[in-house]
Design a protein around this ligand. Structure first.
Ligand code: X2X
Length: 359
């Protein structure tokens, strides 16, 4: 009986030794680096922090994402973010289509001048693109180039600010020196309006505004212009909604694959909630009131909830263009849209038009 037991025990040991050991899960990093181009107090920076906090809380600290705002991981050069995320120098990025468009031409879609601005409801149009065939084509184009996308968010419609006088028609742009991002479509758009565009990284832009190197710039009201206190440099604000930059939550693919299926699901859920928060911050008091209601419901109202009144209190002169006035700018930039539709891909532009029409 004893011998029999011994034999079974030995057989079990042999069996255990022969069986392949379950491969240990790749250890998670102590810290995942998330890149953000503008500062921590921008809507974009706050959206990134919201995501990192949500992930830390839901994963009970297993996934620790640290936000690096102000282009810190990029040595200030915002258009290198995509390549750094792809090669693993960065783990996550909450990124603007504008900064990745030099590498992925499809991302110029939402930078086609006045393409969304002339839609009857520009936010509905943006949502239709993100949720539709055209949004999927944009995500596929990024993933084909080597970065995993887990969600969208929003920097916002980009409005014009200047120190030299109000803008209400294309002729008012004539000769103005305007800071733009280092993506070629911006140079062509501003030249078409008779302005003199100057490429400048965001990390250097504030100093440029302070020193009066440029006469103006364009960025979203809630997300950037108000947190930056743009009135310290520019007195005039023109709401022309000429383009929008949606944000994308990108992950290095090796990092993405290292997460367990449960954690991938958790990250996707956190990204979906972050999209709601980020869009609401960007659209606050610019939409039908639903962003205000949403931010109230999650107890996350920012300090400024009346952007136009607030800017006027700071001494700014705000010009809000009528659809007829926007149509004049649309007309003046027709050639830029035509040239860039050919570069971006007519199929993608057509898909976006169909998505917007169906919304
Ligand atoms: O550089 C800009 O204008 C900014 C901060 O909006 C982007 O990164 C696209």
């Amino acid at each position: 009986m004893k011998r029999c037991l011994l034999r079974s025990a030995l057989a079990l040991c042999a069996c255990l030794l022969a069986a392949p050991l379950p491969s240990p899960a790749a250890p998670y990093k102590a810290e995942y680096k998330l890149s953000v181009v503008p500062g921590a107090t921008s809507g974009w920076g706050m959206t990134a922090a919201y995501f990192a906090d949500l992930v830390r809380e839901r994963s009970q600290g297993r996934i620790n994402i640290k936000v690096y705002p102000s282009s810190q991981l990029l040595a200030g050069k915002q258009t290198s973010e995509f390549l750094m995320l792809r090669n693993g120098a960065i783990d996550f990025a909450l990124a603007s289509t504008i900064n990745w468009s030099p590498q992925i031409k499809e991302l110029n879609l939402t930078a086609l001048p006045f393409f969304l601005a002339v839609q009857p409801d520009r936010y509905k149009a943006m949502d239709a693109v993100m949720a539709g065939k055209s949004g999927k084509m944009m995500v596929d184009a990024i993933e084909k180039k080597g970065v995993k996308i887990i969600g969208w968010a929003e920097n916002g419609f980009r409005e014009m600010t200047t120190s030299k006088g109000p803008i209400s028609k294309p002729e008012d742009m004539s000769g103005l020196k305007i800071r733009v991002v280092g993506s070629p479509i911006f140079i062509e758009t501003f030249r078409a309006l008779g302005a003199n565009p100057v490429n400048m990284n965001w990390s250097e832009a504030t100093t440029g505004f302070q020193q009066g190197v440029v006469d103006g710039q364009e960025n979203p009201t809630n997300g950037i212009n108000i947190p930056l206190k743009i009135w310290d440099y520019h007195k005039y604000h023109c709401d022309w909604h000429y383009i929008i930059d949606p944000l994308l939550m990108g992950v290095n693919p090796t990092v993405w694959k290292s997460f367990s299926p449960e954690d991938q699901k958790l990250l996707l859920e956190c990204a979906a909630e972050t999209e709601k928060y980020g869009k609401a911050l960007s659209r606050l008091c610019m939409d039908d009131g639903s962003s205000l209601a949403y931010l109230k419901s999650i107890d996350k109202l920012p300090e400024v909830t009346e952007p136009y009144a607030f800017m006027e209190q700071q001494g700014m002169i705000v010009t809000r263009l009528s659809p007829e006035q926007i149509a004049k700018f649309h007309e003046a930039t027709q050639k830029v849209r035509a040239d860039w539709t050919a570069k971006i891909g007519p199929d993608l532009v057509k898909a976006a038009e169909e998505d917007m029409a169906a919304a």
